[in-house]
Design a binder for this molecule. Structure first.
Ligand SMILES: *[C@@H]1O[C@H](CO)[C@@H](O)[C@H](O)[C@H]1NC(C)=O
Ligand SMILES: *[C@@H]1O[C@H](CO)[C@@H](O)[C@H](O)[C@H]1NC(C)=O
Length: 377
């Protein structure tokens, strides 16, 4: 009963969202500045859509008054909403996040269908970061760079990336050189990255050779991986040399991270940290959480993130928490217990004082952990 009510509630939420979107489309047709005359007639398709929504709402209303399930007693006719649904819709409103930003969404959907899309990659970024994901589809042609080169590298560590294959107008830098001058550690100079993930300078490091060795020693294997918040795909690049396929979630925060990864021949997934990972259950051998996953993520959100990581990992798969940082006391009291909830085997667990970027003053520590998911639950 609780399940079917939960499902009904979800359906209802989805429909309300669809309804809102439909209304939005209707109202935007009416308000469109380009058509000051009488609004065009409502398309049949939309009317049919609204009809379906009304019919389903009627159906739900009938079933929530006890008609659908005669087995339940009349006292429990109130919908029993699962507490995690309430919690999650609070921290990441289901299907309504787009509607929470009508100004941005209005701008995003104000385009001329069947022509070139507006130059608004910053708008889609802004919407996705606010939880509007997936974005509504549009019927326009995305812009392309004017004179892209077709000689793209097969090597994920090329000497340089071609500037001509990126649309730069939304960024303050207009070349990869400029980005590298601003900060050589952002990952836009692949040749510089060749030593990343290979050296062991402190116990916080886990060189890939060692990672592969650890995995091999328990007769396991790495073939597929996911790098969460992986920037320009440095980890995926390195793993490619070992014939391991890693996809990278990345956002274009003030720089073309997605394009840079793609130019290296690596798959960039344009997904924010707060969204469900676009992978099926139990399909990857390894998930790495890099620098992007640290204490700045609200705790409940992080809990949903780790459980989603668990979902996509296969039994016996590995979670690599790479240079997670927080206050020492929070690691002890909050984050270590949170990670512990997963019930993974600690293959490696190393902490050390964070000595960079004000870490000493704030009593911060780094954690690098390699954890193995149980073979079966
Ligand atoms: C990756 O695969 C290629 C082609 O099958 C093979 O030649 C190469 O030795 C492999 N590399 C590693 C590190 O296994
Ligand atoms: C780490 O920092 C704490 C204080 O925050 C200090 O007591 C401890 O000695 C430091 N450990 C090392 C290895 O530097």
């Amino acid at each position: 009963m609780g399940f079917s009510m939960g499902l009904n509630f979800l359906l209802l939420m989805a429909m309300v969202a669809t309804n809102i979107l439909s209304l939005y489309h209707l109202s935007s047709t009416v308000q469109s500045p380009k058509s000051p005359k009488a609004p065009p007639p409502v398309p049949d398709e939309l009317l049919r859509h609204l009809h379906t929504i009304r019919a389903t709402i009627n159906h739900l209303q009938q079933s929530s008054t006890g008609g659908a399930n005669p087995a339940t007693d009349t006292a429990s006719t109130k919908p029993n909403i699962p507490s995690d649904l309430l919690l999650y819709s609070h921290i990441s409103p289901i299907a309504s996040s787009c509607h929470n930003h009508p100004d941005l969404l209005h701008k995003y959907m104000s385009y001329t269908p069947f022509t070139l899309c507006p130059s608004d990659s910053d708008l889609s970024e802004a919407l996705i970061l606010r939880g509007c994901h997936p974005l509504p589809r549009r019927r326009c042609f995305s812009r392309t760079p004017q004179k892209p080169t077709s000689s793209l590298p097969h090597n994920p560590f090329p000497a340089s990336l071609p500037d001509s294959n990126v649309i730069w107008n939304k960024y303050s830098c207009k070349s990869f050189d400029c980005l590298n001058r601003q900060n050589p550690n952002l990952g836009f100079d692949p040749s510089r990255e060749i030593s990343k993930f290979t050296s062991y300078k402190s116990e916080l490091d886990l060189p890939i050779q060692q990672l592969l060795q650890l995995v091999k020693s328990v007769k396991s294997v790495l073939r597929l991986g996911l790098d969460i918040g992986g920037g320009t795909g440095g980890f995926a690049a390195r793993m490619k040399l070992y014939n391991v396929t890693v996809v990278t979630t990345t956002m274009n925060l003030a720089a073309p991270y997605s394009e840079a990864a793609a130019l290296r021949g690596l798959v960039p997934l344009h997904v924010p940290l707060q969204q469900r990972l676009p992978l099926f259950d139990g399909v990857v051998d390894l998930v790495r959480c890099g620098h992007a996953v640290n204490r700045w993520i609200p705790l409940t959100m992080m809990e949903f993130l780790f459980y989603d990581v668990d979902r996509v990992l296969r039994g016996g798969g590995y979670l690599w928490v790479d240079h997670f940082f927080s206050k020492r006391i929070d690691l002890e009291n909050v984050y270590a217990p949170l990670i512990g909830k997963l019930g993974y085997k600690k293959v490696k667990w190393a902490t050390a004082n964070k000595t960079d970027a004000g870490g000493v003053k704030n009593g911060e520590v780094y954690l690098t952990a390699l954890l193995q998911k149980p073979m079966s639950r």
